[in-house]
Design a protein. Structure first.
Length: 107
């Protein structure tokens, strides 16, 4: 992305399948969405954050890292944001349609 090469995705295999089955993104973009989820999971593991439960703080940290450390283009940041939104479950107990702090910060 920018100067990054698209690497083999280590996103969970069910995520690309979900994108494909639900037609959530154009087929040509599926590898890129899986790429961003892979980078998010890699970031979470490297920083010893739980990846199997919703952690809004981890998402916010990763998005800040992309902005400052990765120096991605605006459209790449939006694509990464969209990918993580599709991948990440809502926090337990959140009301349907309720936006998280992270989603509100993007508005």
């Amino acid at each position: 992305m920018g100067n990054m090469a698209l690497e083999q995705s280590d996103a969970p295999p069910e995520f690309p399948k979900y994108l494909w089955e639900k037609k959530r993104v154009p087929a040509k973009n599926e590898p890129f969405f899986a790429y961003w989820v892979s980078r998010f999971l890699e970031y979470a593991r490297r920083h010893e954050r739980p990846v199997l439960e919703y952690q809004e703080s981890t998402i916010l940290e990763f998005m800040n890292f992309l902005e400052s450390g990765y120096r991605v283009l605006d459209w790449q940041y939006r694509q990464a944001t969209d990918a993580i939104k599709l991948y990440s479950p809502k926090p337990p107990g959140s009301a349907p349609g309720e936006r998280t702090k992270w989603e509100r910060s993007l508005a």
